[in-house]
Design a protein around this ligand. Structure first.
Ligand code: KG4
Ligand code: ZN
Length: 325
C-alpha cells in the first residue's frame, strides 16, 4: 500500500511516499528556518504563505523521488493538528484536492501520533505495551501504548515543552534560532559545570522546564555566566537528566517491553545516548531526520489508520488544538 504523506503543521513543508507503513520511497522537506530566523521565532502568517509557495513543488518532488505516478498511490495522509491553523489548512486543502481529483481515500493524521509512528519507519514490529516520550516544540508527553493507536497520556509538561525550553535558553544565551540545535552545537565545546535545578515533580509523571530556564536567565542577568558553551552544556544536561530519569521510572512501573523516543528534541545526541544507556528496557529512536517534522511519519501513521478502516471524508477539517486520544 503506497501512501502520500503531507505535513504543513508548523514551519516545514513536507511530502513523502511510504510503502506499507515502513519503506520510505521518498521524503522531501522544505524548511523555512532561514526565513523565520531573522525574527527569532515562527511568524504564523509568513509560515502559511511560505507553505502555499512550497507545497506543490514539494509534492511533485516526493512523487518524482518515489518514481510514482498518481495511479500508483493507494491513499493520502495529511496532518490536521495540532499546529498553526493557517499552515495546517494549506496541507489539508492540497490533500483533499488530490484525493478528490484522483478518487483516493484520505486520512487526517494527528501530528503527535505521526511523531510516534516515525518509530515504525525504523522497524515494522515493535512490542506492546510500550512507553513513548514525545519531546517537541510544543509537547513533552509520556504516552503508554497497549496496541496500535491506543494511547494513555501518563505525563505532560505543566509549563514549557522541552523544545520550547531549548529555544528560550538559546535566546537567553544569544545562540540563535532554532534553539535546540544551537544549544547542542555550543554544548560540544563546553563542560556541564553550571549548577542548574531539576524539577522532579515527585509523585507525578509530569514535567516542568520553566524553572531551569528562569534559573539560567537569572545567572546571565547577574553576570555569572563566563562561558556560553558551559551554560549550554549544563542546560542540556539538566533537561536530558529529567527526561531520561522520569521516562525510565515510568517504563519500569508499567512493565513495558519497549521505550520509544519521538519529536524534534529526540534528535539531540545526548538525549539519545543517555536514554539508551540508562534504560534497562530496549529503546527505539528514529534517525534524526525522522525525529524533526517530516511527512514520512505522517504517511506511516496514515497506513495504520487505513488498516484500522479509519477513512475520512472530504469534509475533513483542521483542528489546531487536536489532542492525543
Ligand atoms: O518536532 P519538531 O520538529 O516540531 C514540533 O512539532 O514542534 O520539534 C521542534 C523542536 C524545537 O523546539 C527545536 O529547538 C527542538 O525540537 N530541537 C532540538 C534539537 N533539534 C530540534 N532540541 C534539542 N536538540 C536538538 N538537536
Ligand atoms: Zn513536530
Amino acid at each position: 500500500m503506497k501512501i502520500l504523506g503531507i505535513e504543513t503543521s508548523c514551519d516545514e513543508t513536507a511530502a513523502a511516499v511510504v510503502e506499507d507503513g515502513v519503506s520510505i520511497l521518498s521524503n522531501q522537506i522544505a524548511s523555512q528556518v532561514e526565513i523565520h530566523a531573522r525574527y527569532g521565532g515562527i511568524v504564523p502568517e509568513v509560515a502559511s504563505r511560505q507553505h502555499t509557495l512550497s507545497i506543490i513543488p514539494i509534492v511533485e518532488q516526493a512523487m518524482a523521488e518515489a518514481k510514482a505516478n498518481w495511479g500508483d498511490l493507494d491513499g493520502i495522509a495529511v496532518t490536521i493538528g495540532p499546529g498553526l491553523a493557517g499552515s495546517l489548512l494549506v496541507g489539508a486543502n492540497v490533500a483533499k484536492a488530490i484525493a478528490l481529483a484522483r478518487g483516493l481515500p484520505i486520512a487526517g493524521v494527528n501530528h503527535l501520533e505521526g511523531h510516534i509512528y516515525a518509530n515504525w519507519l525504523m522497524k515494522d514490529s515493535l512490542d506492546f505495551p510500550l512507553v513513548c516520550l514525545i519531546v517537541s516544540g510544543g509537547h513533552s508527553d509520556l504516552v503508554l501504548m497497549k496496541g496500535h493507536r491506543d494511547y494513555v497520556l501518563l505525563g505532560r509538561t505543566r509549563d514549557d515543552a522541552a523544545g520550547e525550553a531549548f529555544d528560550k535558553a538559546a535566546r537567553i544565551l544569544s545562540l540563535g534560532y532554532p534553539g535546540g540545535p544551537a544549544i547542542e552545537r555550543a554544548a560540544r565545546s563546553g563542560r556541564a559545570s553550571v549548577q542548574l535545578p531539576r524539577a522532579w515533580l515527585k509523585g507525578t509523571d509530569d514535567f516542568s522546564f520553566s524553572g531551569v530556564k528562569t534559573a539560567l536567565l537569572r545567572l546571565v542577568e547577574a553576570g555569572k555566566i563566563s562561558s556560553e558553551a558551559d551554560a549550554a552544556a549544563s542546560f542540556q544536561e539538566a533537561v536530558v537528566d529529567v527526561l531520561v530519569t522520569k521516562t525510565v521510572v515510568v517504563a519500569e512501573e508499567h512493565r513495558v517491553k519497549q521505550v520509544l523516543l519521538a519529536g524534534g528534541v529526540a534528535s539531540n545526541k545526548l538525549l539519545r545516548q543517555s536514554l539508551v544507556k540508562h534504560s534497562p528496557i530496549p529503546v527505539q529512536i528514529p534517525e534524526p531526520i525522522l525525529c524533526t517534522d517530516n511527512a514520512a511519519m505522517i504517511a506511516a501513521c496514515g497506513y495504520y489508520q487505513f488498516q484500522a478502516g479509519k477513512i475520512d471524508g472530504l469534509d475533513l477539517d483542521v483542528i489546531p488544538s487536536l489532542k492525543l486520544s
